[in-house]
Ligand binder design. Structure first.
Ligand code: UDX
Length: 444
């Protein structure tokens, strides 16, 4: 099939490349010519395992092109995917201006029947707006559909090529047939819904996963008070098929480009319909507070943080990505600086995307060792493999004071055996080592 994908961010680029891998002719379009130039030279603007190789392969085999020429791309395609960003407005609502602009340009470029598919996460009713905008700019026949994307950064290629399900939101037969044919090589589990339900499925799925994370983080906080171990609790809970084991890792809260934005947007969508989504508001609040769990521990161990050197390992919102959007590291580092701490940070690949935010106030180090060297405490914010593979006894030998706050529960009891670290993780009070404060409540 002949496809255009508008927007070469995570969703657009990965979807376009994967569709070409399935044998379709794909043109990826972006307004930013620097991005297109880069892609044409075979380099990719984001870090995503496996993506660069797939871009090269499909470009070389002639199925994948990159251009700024939206009109030419639309002319040559049967299906057009809109995969542009929907960033948050200050109110939390999704900003639809890129979507609206894309719809208008598609309308102006139509030269025959096309199916226009939204992959971006958009509020319920947006596809109808897209239909109206296109209609105002063309006399050609077309159909709209919603096919939301569920890929995760870091495993985006795998998630796209092996999805759990594909949701196709349309009430039109041709759109259903074309989109079913396009996605059949990926999975048997294709679910066809009406457009509004498809739009809602994306928000509801992300909000539910965010809820699972905030839930287990609150359970972790209670575990710290009652002396239970949240990893054992999560394992026990997750073994019930109705609950499932995924998204039950306690930590310092979710970040990234989707959960924070989509939870806020769903609260807004509900609010506009006079519905107070109390549960989701609490999920967001719990997530905000969870970032400070490790700060409370740090202060309990070190007291006043003024002039203390705190090493930070991990700036990306999760491993295997250079994305720092809404990463917990922002709030944690801001709070440390406010309290007068000296902050040294290291991330295997995301530091460049983080650097301009603290204008010289943070020292960015070229290695994990340099960041930890003679620090008063080390905080682990992202569970990069490099950190998991570094033994706590080595960490201890690097630190001035042996204080390790593990915000992602990466170390086990065996890893810590033989060390004299003051070790604190999330929701595992029995793993705390070298407690220096008498009152455990201080640690919560
Ligand atoms: C998410 C959804 O998973 C994906 O379906 C959607 O399309 C986009 O948003 P992504 O943001 O890439 O994907 O990352 P994900 O792996 O879901 O993690 C999101 C955040 O939750 C990360 O900050 C991660 O550290 C945190 N998380 C995840 C936890 O704290 N605990 C968990 O158990 C799982």
């Amino acid at each position: 099939m002949r496809l255009t994908v508008i927007g070469t961010g995570y969703v657009g680029l990965v979807s376009g490349v994967c569709f070409s891998e399935l044998g379709n002719d794909v043109v990826c379009v972006d307004k930013v010519s620097a991005k297109i130039d880069m892609l044409n030279k075979g380099r990719i603007p984001i870090f995503e395992p496996g993506l660069e190789e797939l871009v090269q392969k499909n470009k070389n085999e002639g199925r994948l092109r990159f251009t700024t020429d939206l009109t030419g791309a639309v002319h040559d395609s049967d299906i057009i995917f809109i995969a542009v960003g929907t960033p948050s407005l200050p109110s939390g609502e999704a900003n639809l201006s890129f979507i609206e602009q894309a719809a208008e340009e598609i309308g102006r470029s139509m030269n025959g029947f096309k199916v226009v598919v939204t992959k971006s996460t958009v509020p319920v009713g947006t596809n109808e707006k897209i239909r109206n905008i296109i209609q105002q700019h063309t006399t050609c026949l077309f159909e709209v559909a919603s096919v939301p994307e569920f890929l995760r950064e870091g495993t985006a290629v795998q998630d796209t090529l092996y999805p759990d399900r594909i949701i196709i939101g349309t009430s039109n037969d041709t759109a259903r047939k074309w989109l079913t044919k396009l996605h059949t090589p990926l999975t048997d589990n294709i679910i066809v819904t009406d457009i509004r339900s498809a739009e809602m499925i994306k928000y509801a799925s992300n909000a539910f996963l965010a809820t699972k994370i905030s839930f287990i983080n609150e359970i972790a906080n209670i575990c710290e008070k009652v002396g239970a171990d949240v990893t054992q609790v999560a394992f026990g809970m997750g073994s019930d098929k109705r609950i499932g084991p995924s998204f039950l890792n306690a930590g310092i809260g979710y970040g990234g480009s989707c959960f924070p934005k989509d939870t806020q947007a769903l609260i807004q969508i509900a609010g506009q319909m006079d519905y107070d989504f109390k549960l989701l508001k609490s999920v967001v609040e719990v997530n905000r507070d969870q970032r400070f769990n490790m700060l409370r521990k740090l202060e309990a161990i070190l007291g006043d943080l003024r002039s203390k050197t705190i090493a930070i390992w991990g700036l990306a919102f999760k491993p295997e990505t250079d994305d720092v959007r809404d990463a917990p590291a922002f709030e944690i580092i801001s709070a440390l600086l406010r309290k007068g701490a000296v902050v040294r940070a290291y991330d295997p690949i995301a530091a460049d995307n983080f650097k301009n935010h603290f204008q010289g106030a943070v020292e960015y180090c070229v290695s994990a060792q340099k960041a930890a060297w003679h620090a008063d405490a080390l905080c682990i914010l992202t569970e990069w493999k490099e950190f998991c593979d570094t033994s706590p006894s080595v960490i201890q030998s690097w630190l001035k004071q042996p204080n390790l706050i593990d915000g992602r529960n990466i170390y086990s009891e065996e890893d810590l055996a033989g060390t004299e670290l003051n070790y604190y993780s999330i929701g595992r009070p029995n793993m705390n080592k070298g407690v220096r404060v008498n009152d455990p409540v201080l640690l919560q």
